[in-house]
Design a protein around this ligand. Structure first.
Ligand SMILES: [Zn+2]
Length: 95
């Protein structure tokens, strides 16, 4: 098994950590890459996937996907945290 050394799987916990650092603490992507031990492109892909780029519009909303935790939601219709979204989409086991 060979893996690129700086590749790490993204799971709900990592997404939540990314969101908290990027959206709430307003760190830039370079800082996030260093803090999370991931590549800049990996961070950027994830930020755009969850539409965190418009930080001003992001609000903490309660997840309706099952866990009921607060998560950074990019718009009013975005009501599942990344972990529940992935779980409900059948991409991974429910935690
Ligand atoms: Zn959830």
């Amino acid at each position: 098994m060979s893996k690129i050394s700086n590749w790490k799987e993204w799971d709900g916990r990592a997404d939540a950590e990314l969101a908290a650092l990027y959206v709430e603490q307003r760190l830039d992507r370079d800082a996030l890459a260093a803090m999370m031990g991931r590549s800049l492109s990996s961070i950027s892909n994830r930020v755009s996937r969850f539409k965190m780029t418009e930080r001003e519009k992001v609000q903490m909303r309660r997840c309706l996907g099952g866990c009921e935790r607060l998560f950074p939601s990019s718009w009013i219709g975005h009501r599942q945290c990344p972990a529940c979204y992935a779980s409900n989409a059948g991409l991974m086991e429910c935690a």
